[in-house]
Design a protein around this ligand. Structure first.
Ligand code: GLA
Length: 421
């Protein structure tokens, strides 16, 4: 995994952030923490089943320009006026704001770090982010990761990236969403030019180069899917259904002597019996809804293994076929797609995409489609003409329709503003 510290992290800062910092807090920020968004290429809704996933970090990121304080106060202002300034005291039991309040994503890492370490030093900070919000591109985890890194920096807490990622995954449960660990892991461990196959418990990461001529196009439906709002209930429900389905299948298998011992979770069960036998057991043991959820999890895990092979052998058509199958499963079995997501997927395919699927938690947000350099122009044009322009979403389209650049993980470094001050 990449180092969490970026020794050269002194370029590309948004100058207006330091101006705002100076007008709010006086002086200049000393440091900047950066945390990227991500697009998941394969393996949706299976990280919380401890099954491997295949995301990559994107060129979009949250940046926190900050300066340590001599007390435990944390004051953070967002460049985007949609989000109110946040102020809280550090401690291991910080009272959460109301559901959906963005302050929870800032308090989450503070609360967790204070629970684990004797941190006492707060900070003043200005935050900005160009990650589309509530679009399935991990805008909220980027906030958690950036604030976590900044607080660790000012309190001299040294953690390896994998440890940090696991801590921040735990931290984010503070917001009420029982997420898995994918977003935090790729957020800390990503490598430029690569996707990463991430396995859990314990966290492991295998970086896989994205072939030069592969373009992953991201297209945003424009329908927000707030993980701490509208999407939270259905998301948590899916996770509970997966846990229940596993319990029922394991119980059934033990009772019918189809398992020698109790597996520790999905990966263990799949290792013991193989996917085909596991699905046939589930068909006997589960009622219709749980069977659908379970089938998605097991088939999606298999698609991740195959997708890694396709990446390694630069098999674009094969990867595309897996994306289509993944979307079909998320639509029919996991039931997390939407009319707009299905429409974007269909248009992407019509425009020449090798395959397309919803990415992130679903219920709105984005799709990702794969094209080679020769066809990507046509894919982008078809999506623009058939989805965005007819809806009057042509202005600022670059934020909603772009080719994702496989980028590096989070880092903290000195602020340019401080260097120039
Ligand atoms: C959200 C969660 C992740 C993962 C995805 C769905 O992004 O934060 O942990 O479960 O949804 O794959």
């Amino acid at each position: 995994m990449a180092e969490a510290r970026d020794p050269e992290g002194v370029t590309n800062e948004r100058s207006t952030d330091s101006e705002l910092f100076s007008s709010l807090f006086g002086g200049a920020p000393t440091h900047v923490a950066r945390a990227p968004g991500r697009v998941n290429l394969m393996g949706e809704h299976i990280d919380y089943c401890d099954l491997a996933v295949l995301p990559m970090a994107t060129q979009h990121e949250a940046q926190l320009q900050f300066r340590a304080r001599d007390d435990g106060l944390v004051r953070i202002t967002n460049q985007d006026p949609e989000f109110d300034p946040v102020e809280f005291e550090l401690g291991p039991a910080i009272a959460p704001g109301s559901r959906g309040d963005w302050r929870n994503y800032l308090q989450a890492p503070a609360n967790e770090l204070a629970r684990q370490f004797a941190i006492w030093r707060g900070l003043d900070g200005v935050l900005s982010s160009d990650i589309p919000v509530a679009a399935g591109l991990s805008s909220s985890t980027a906030l958690v990761n950036a604030v976590g890194l900044a607080l660790a920096e000012v309190n001299e807490v040294l953690l390896a990236p994998a440890q940090f990622a696991e801590l921040m995954a735990e931290a984010e449960h503070y917001t009420g969403t029982r997420g898995g660990g994918m977003d935090q892991a790729i957020g800390f461990g990503a490598r430029a030019g690569h996707a990463a196959c991430i396995a859990f418990s314990p966290l492991r990461m295998r970086h896989v180069a994205v072939p030069e001529d592969w373009c992953f196009v991201v297209a945003d439906t424009g329908v927000r899917a707030e993980k701490s709002g509208r999407a939270q209930g259905p998301y948590n429900q899916r996770r509970s259904e997966c846990e229940e389905a596993l319990d029922v299948v394991v119980q059934f298998a033990l009772q019918h002597d189809r398992l020698p011992t109790r597996p520790r979770g999905y990966p263990d069960l799949l290792r013991m019996l193989g996917a085909a036998e596991v699905i046939s057991l589930a068909e006997e043991a589960l009622e219709a809804r749980l069977l659908k959820r379970f089938r998605h999890v097991v088939t999606e895990a298999d698609r991740v293994d195959q997708a890694v092979d396709c990446l390694l052998s630069a098999d674009l058509a094969g990867f595309g076929t897996l994306m289509d199958a993944s979307h079909g499963s998320l639509y029919a079995d996991y039931q997390v797609s939407s009319r707009e997501l299905d429409e974007l997927v269909a248009i992407a395919r019509e425009g020449g995409g090798a395959g397309a699927r919803l990415t992130g938690a679903g219920f709105g947000g984005c799709i990702v489609t794969l094209a080679d350099r020769g066809t990507v122009g046509a894919v982008l044009e078809t999506l623009a003409e058939q989805y965005f322009e007819p809806r009057g979403m042509g202005d600022g389209i670059d934020d909603r329709l772009f080719v994702a650049v496989p980028s590096a993980g989070a880092s903290v470094g000195n602020s340019v503003a401080a260097a120039g001050a």
